[in-house]
Design a protein. Structure first.
Length: 324
């Protein structure tokens, strides 16, 4: 129902009551205007005025109540919607007046707000899921990094424990040679290529140590090893084999070709000059050679064969290359 119709109806009712009161006055007094001053007329007018005021008050109260009640109900609905209670049913949506228009506008605004909030919540949930996935990936990466760090620490620890260089001569040591020889020996068994090994031993080593000290004696080994390393290929390996010996490994080299290379090295060693007071003629070096292709059909023990070759070289005073 339209509010304006209610108001107009109330005003018309008040006007009719007032007219009725005046009519009663005139009808009751015979319709003579001159008798208005009479007490009875005054009484009628007073009663009529009171009736009019009462009617006005009642009508205004009803109208005010009908105006304020829907507004109070809409205000309550708005407060509920602001608190997130979008399921609350807004009253007066079926009215055709301004109250109905306002109620429907509130419902539409609430639906928009609920939709926007739903989108915000969904976006926040997506971000939360992405953060959780990213956090899980970070945990995985962190675990992998920890594992890699542990493995690296273990490897570094093993490297620290594994000394591959002789601290007295800075040549590779016997441990490194043995590992490299084992690898090369397995490789030549697979591909059938030859392998040659030469051993250079300083005679009377203990005499050198006693006369000139261990430091100068180690200097002799270092100089011999450096000479050999400067002469051979980068793929060849030179290492300190023992206190008095230097070993040379020549991968993929036949015994015939190796004997020529090693004999040239033996001749160069004989021309070396050492740190004073050690004189060249006081250092005698015997050189022996063993190759994988020089004894077909035999089990090869390079250690024994090298000692055999050295024995031959020592028997000749170190003036010839010993081969076994």
């Amino acid at each position: 129902m339209d509010i304006r119709s209610n108001v107009m109806g109330a005003l018309v009712g008040v006007l009719l009551l007032a007219l009725a009161a005046v009519s009663l006055v005139f009808i009751g007094d015979g319709g003579v205007p001159d008798r208005v001053r009479d007490v009875r007329v005054l009484q009628y007018l007073g009663l009529s005025s009171l009736a009019v005021l009462l009617a006005v008050w009642v009508t205004s109260s009803v109208v005010a109540r009908r105006l304020t009640l829907p507004i109070e109900q809409l205000t309550d609905s708005l407060e509920r919607m602001q608190r997130g209670k979008f399921a609350w049913k807004v009253p007066h949506q079926d009215r055709d007046d301004e109250i109905g228009t306002l109620a429907r506008a509130m419902v539409e605004a609430g639906n928009r707000q609920r939709h926007e909030i739903s989108e915000v919540v969904e976006g926040a949930q997506n971000i939360k899921r992405q953060l959780m996935l990213a956090n899980n990936r970070l945990d995985t990466v962190y675990t992998e990094l920890e594992s890699s760090k542990t493995a690296l620490d273990s490897t570094l620890g093993q490297l620290d424990q594994l000394e591959v260089v002789d601290k007295h001569t800075e040549l590779l040591n016997r441990r490194f040679f043995d590992q490299s020889f084992a690898y090369e020996w397995k490789r030549i068994q697979r591909n059938g290529k030859p392998l040659s090994v030469a051993l250079c031993r300083v005679a009377d080593w203990t005499v050198l140590v006693d006369r000139f000290g261990e430091s100068r004696a180690n200097g002799v080994i270092q100089k011999i090893g450096n000479l050999i390393a400067d002469t051979v290929r980068t793929t060849d390996l030179v290492a300190r084999y023992s206190d008095d010996s230097v070993v040379l490994m020549l991968p993929e080299t036949q015994g015939y070709n190796a004997s020529r290379v090693v004999d040239d090295i033996r001749k160069l060693i004989s021309t070396l000059e050492f740190e004073s007071p050690i004189r060249s003629h006081e250092v005698r070096v015997a050189v022996g050679l063993a190759a994988s292709d020089t004894r077909e059909g035999e089990g090869i023990d390079f250690s024994d064969r090298l000692e055999e070759a050295l024995g031959k070289a020592i028997a000749q005073g170190g003036l010839e290359l010993g081969v076994a």
